[in-house]
Ligand binder design. Structure first.
Ligand SMILES: Cc1cc2nc3c(=O)[nH]c(=O)nc-3n(C[C@H](O)[C@H](O)[C@H](O)COP(=O)(O)OP(=O)(O)OC[C@H]3O[C@@H](n4cnc5c(N)ncnc54)[C@H](O)[C@@H]3O)c2cc1C
Length: 326
């Protein structure tokens, strides 16, 4: 591991001031430390932010809920406000990692975890995300776990978070404090980015930005929701495909439907056209099947992952049916 300096920040302003250009914030450390041990990330400085007062989950001013960036994933999933108002988020967080990791992992760190692409982790292999310009080993190599939406020849990696798939479906916002001391909000669907020709950048944060919180909007009418994760083994594995579905309903009519997919793209993937199709429709299996067809119509498989198209289609139908109670 490359030598690095370590300091601890006691306030958000101090954290911003301490961070140098080639430094990194460290929260739970469950992703960053692994990457440093492998030589994938080599910051020369760590600024420990765990003591910042950003670890509460509480009602926000707009009637929704604010998730502190340093609240642990386990506390967030099990908080009474989340369990009662946003069960989709509880399900998604609890589908990820293990209880021990969720006890260490923070909400901010979850948003910024890096891909699990094996070429990214293996420093002997080409990877444009780790080393821009070195090529993408997965594009013509082992790509059965990789993207079917939004990839480019520069990078075909997927974003591994479960929590973020639910946050995309919930239309969350991320509150960020910039190096200039100003706060701003980023819509969750615009927080992560597609690789295009710059795979090194996973999201639209600016250098030195500190995540303060994730803001969940007020819930309106009664909702139905479900998070479904398909993986190679029953626990402790990343999603091959995951689906978060949520809609509001009046009678049996679907309103404000949202469908987000995980394990299929460089970011949580919203199926906007399928959502449009479902709005105003009755919740029937036939409509769910048509929505799933629409959701996957733009998928482009790589050499080894065409199976994800069938898997995603079936997972969407199953998630919608389960949310509907059938
Ligand atoms: C074995 C294993 C299995 C896992 N399985 C899953 C899974 O199935 N599903 C899933 O979703 N996740 C899974 N994870 C990932 C886990 O959820 C993440 O490692 C965790 O959420 C990262 O949070 P952290 O606080 O430890 O982040 P750190 O490791 O401390 O930081 C990660 C990154 O975030 C940055 N950062 C952290 N907080 C902030 C902030 N407030 N502002 C700005 N930058 C910040 C750091 O600089 C760093 O770049 C797994 C992890 C492991 C080790």
């Amino acid at each position: 591991m490359k030598p690095f300096s370590y300091s601890r920040a006691n306030s958000t302003n101090e954290a911003l001031k301490l961070l140098q250009t080639d430094g990194k914030f460290i929260a739970g450390g469950t992703n960053l430390v692994d990457l440093m041990k492998e030589g994938v990330e080599q910051p020369s400085q760590l600024v420990d932010i765990q003591r910042l007062p950003l670890s509460t989950v509480q009602a926000n001013k707009s009637g929704g809920v604010s998730l502190g960036a340093l609240a642990k994933n386990s506390e967030t999933a099990n908080h009474p406000l989340i369990r009662s108002k946003y069960p989709l988020l509880t399900q998604a967080i609890l589908a990820g990692a293990s209880p021990q990791i969720r006890n260490m992992a923070t909400n901010g760190g979850n948003l910024l975890q890096r891909t699990r692409c094996v070429y990214f982790y293996d420093v002997a292999m080409p990877c444009n995300k780790r080393q821009p310009g070195s090529g993408c080993g997965a594009f013509e190599g082992l790509n059965k776990n990789h993207a079917i939406f939004g990839w480019s020849e520069t990078c075909v990696a997927t974003f591994p978070s479960d929590m973020c798939v639910a946050l995309a479906a919930l239309d969350a916002q991320v509150k960020v404090l910039g190096k200039d001391g100003k706060e701003r909000m980023i819509n969750f669907v615009e927080f992560h980015r597609l690789p295009e020709n710059d795979a090194a950048k996973d999201n639209n944060l600016l250098s030195g930005d500190l995540i303060i919180s994730i803001e969940l909007p007020k819930t309106g009418l009664p909702t139905k929701s479900h998070y479904l994760k398909i993986r190679n083994r029953a626990s402790y594995a990343f999603a091959l495909v995951s689906v978060a579905v949520i809609w509001e309903w009046k009678g049996n009519v679907i309103m404000n439907a949202r469908i987000a997919l995980g394990g299929v793209a460089h970011k949580p993937w919203r199926a906007f056209e399928a959502e449009k199709f479902l709005n105003g429709k009755i919740a029937t299996e036939e409509n769910f099947k048509q929505a799933a067809e629409i959701a996957i119509q733009d998928a482009k498989p790589l050499s080894q992952n065409a199976y994800k198209i069938t898997l995603a289609k079936r997972a969407i139908v199953r998630a919608l049916k389960t949310a509907n109670g059938k």
